[in-house]
Design a protein around this ligand. Structure first.
Ligand SMILES: Nc1ncnc2c1ncn2[C@@H]1O[C@H](COP(=O)(O)OP(=O)(O)O)[C@@H](O)[C@H]1O
Ligand SMILES: [Mg+2]
Length: 222
């Protein structure tokens, strides 16, 4: 079953082409890795698939829904129930503690029962110290912020996950821990995962050969 499908996605920035016609199908339950040089269009593609950025041309279908055919309200609801996103710059809310950042999606989804327990549980699995949970993002290290961002994406167990270089600020042990957790979630719940990494070693550790996609200068490489 196809979970994510794009047809001819094009995106320019100020007249400069960034994505030059991306067509892609991702099977439900697959763990896909997107690789490519800096500036090749990885973040732009991920943000379009996640409905955050609108393409100039082309369509995106996620879980049988045409993302850019929805109203903004429908899309916002779809995004916060059907997909979890880890942004390259984390995008944590600076006025909320780590704990409140992590429980926010549960509260927005009116699923706040046991929200604190769920947040502490996922934080523990990500090896985030309890003392970090009461702190604000600017009081946390880059690696801690990144794990808060991952926790926020995982806490409501969405069927689709998009992660933009989710281990870029982590040490080897935490990188391994995060990837093991993602692999477990992928196996246990059949969660469809698309993540971006620069590391061939990490890509090969989590994705089958056919699920490693390369992008160069806004074009997918076969
Ligand atoms: N908001 C933006 N405004 C203008 N140019 C952008 C913007 N975002 C990305 N770009 C440009 O698009 C290209 C691809 O960027 P990006 O998608 O971030 O690539 P990657 O994640 O592979 O490094 C780069 O040349 C970048 O400068
Ligand atoms: Mg990027």
């Amino acid at each position: 079953m196809i979970e994510i499908q794009t047809e001819g996605i094009k995106k320019d920035y100020n007249g400069e082409p960034c994505l030059k016609g991306i067509s892609l199908s991702i099977e439900k339950g697959s763990f896909v890795t997107l690789m490519g040089a800096s500036g090749s269009g990885k973040t732009t593609l991920l943000e379009i698939l996640a409905g955050i950025r609108r393409p100039d041309e082309g369509s995106v279908v996620v879980r049988s829904k045409n993302l850019f055919g929805m109203t903004e309200k429908e899309k916002a609801l779809f995004r916060r129930t059907e997909m979890g996103v880890v942004y390259q710059n984390f995008s944590l809310i600076s006025t909320l503690t780590a704990l409140d950042n992590i429980t926010l999606p549960l509260i927005l989804n009116k699923n706040s029962e046991h929200a604190r327990e769920k947040a502490y549980d996922i934080a523990e699995r990500l090896n985030l110290p309890f003392t970090a949970m009461k702190k604000f993002p600017e009081e946390l290290s880059g690696g801690q912020q990144q794990r808060v961002a991952i926790a926020r994406a995982l806490v409501y167990n969405p069927p689709v996950l998009f992660l933009d270089e989710p281990t870029s600020s982590l040490d080897t042990l935490n990188t391994y821990n995060v990837l093991c957790l993602l692999k477990e979630i992928n196996k246990e719940y059949g969660t469809t995962i698309l993540h971006i990494t620069h590391s061939v070693k990490l890509a090969e550790a989590v994705s089958e050969k056919d699920n490693i996609i390369k992008i160069s200068d806004g074009v997918l490489q076969i």
